[in-house]
Design a protein. Sequence first.
Lengths: 277, 322
Amino acid sequence: MARLGSFDLHHRLAASLVTPEIEALVASIPKPIGSFGYDPWGYNEDSFKLGLGVARLLYDKYFRVTAHGLENIPAEGRALIVGNHSGQLPMDGVLVGVAAATNPHGPRLARAMIERFFPTVPWLGNYLNALGGVIGDPLNCAKMLDMDEAIIVFPEGVRGSGKLYRKRYQLQRFGNGFMHLAMTHRAPIVPVGIVGCEETMPALANLGPIAKLLGIPYLPIVPSLLPLPARVYLNFGKPMYFDPAASEDEVTAQVETVKAELRRLIQVGLDERTSLY
Amino acid sequence: MASRAPAAKKKTVLVTGAAGSLAKRVIARLHGRYHVIAVDFRRKVETDAGIPSYLVELHKRGFEDIFASHKIDAVIHIGRIFAHEKTRQQRYNANVLGCKRLLELCHKYKVGQVMIHSTYFVYGASAYNPALIDEDAPLKASEVTQDLVDSVELESLANIYLWKHPELNITILRPCNVLGPGVRNSMSILLSRKVAPVLLGFSPLMQFLHVDDMADAMVVAFEANRPGIYNVAPDDYVPYQEAVRQCGARRLPVLSVPPSLPKLVSSMLNWNAFFPPYLINYFKYPVILDGRRFRDTFGWRPRRNLNDIFTFYRKQKLVTSD
């Protein structure tokens, strides 16, 4: 009976999270899947609906996200959504994903790149894949762009997400990989300035040596283990197109253009923000 | 496929592993349009009239006599000892040395076309695998386990011959899991069982191909003769645990952490035929092939879907449970 009870609860919970609106949104996302609802990377439509149901509540009620420039996310075709990374936990990726999936100008499944150790974690690895997460291998990105998917990229990586609060809204070093992908696969870069996620988990210090022992990228000292309910502002900029560069220096210069645009978009968000929480 | 008119003189095709379900189907498809010679190391295969059949081990004497007494135009090498059939040493001899001997004989007797049936296992199952693996990806199986070294070495050998002797017109096929009636590979034995082990918290995506589709693929590729290396896989994917359910089997959860535990369980319970220790990683991490190159080159598409494949295993269980 207990089993039956929990089964029932699970279904009721699912029914309350996956609203007809979310059903309709996911149904309108242009995303080819196989006969059991999976794509080659393990994305599963049913899991995504459930995940979107939860994330939507966080987006609307908890972080009270204000998003501008959603029309800049192409309704179809390949795209790299490039943002500034912050907040220790990848809440920024989740929120950009919700913004893309619920975009009134055409909902998109925006794939998040996950850390390479996640697939080794039981349940979590499969679950993140089912939600659309993919390990950040350039080969995965290349195949996905070829198949006209939209990908969320944080070129700062853990340098951005793990930085201390005193360095908030300062872009850390960018890798050039995303620019090479954009050029080779002729994919537009949609920049997004993310404001607010720095305040969800302000890190005062990083216990680097202990993190190293534990095999994790960083271990911050934070006031709360749960993300704080900071208001989040997402500003999407116009798609940027780049021609193949002649040299690596030229690639770096192009990356700088993207960084400059991101700094501008972050400033737009900081200017419109009236209250942190 | 019957559209292709037989040449003035019928070609002679030697097919190895003739006792296996895949080779039987390939032989049936070639029979009539080609002179087929069936070879197997397990037993002398009962064949249709007009198909000479030999019991011979590839790496032993006697194999050359077949080449000497028939003018062989092409070889389709399917025969392989599975890991659960013999010891590692015997397997190495048969699979690697046998293949080397086969290629040497093909070269010596001027065989014009060689097709080699490899496996997706050569890519290795790792947490870091990207999905949609291309043919030029590194073969990392031997990194995972010593027990797959023979698969990788067989491929390396074939690759050397592919570049060194273009006149052999070597085609290497790397299929995903091939399933269906009569198939006796680990995955097929596993899905035929009423209870199938699964690793707690891991359900890697898999690709499955019906043995009839694989036979069609081999014949199409054989007739087109476009040498090279090809993955053979559909563009449909299903997690392993879902496949187990769909095949009407109950899942037996096995603790997956620490990683050595499921290997230990497998060895202790002697699950070598269907859930062997060296394949544990393939039940943990996905190895998803990009089959586009084969599909585009040969215009082949599988005609049976996942449900057709699973239905066979479901029905099989209904029959045997009575």
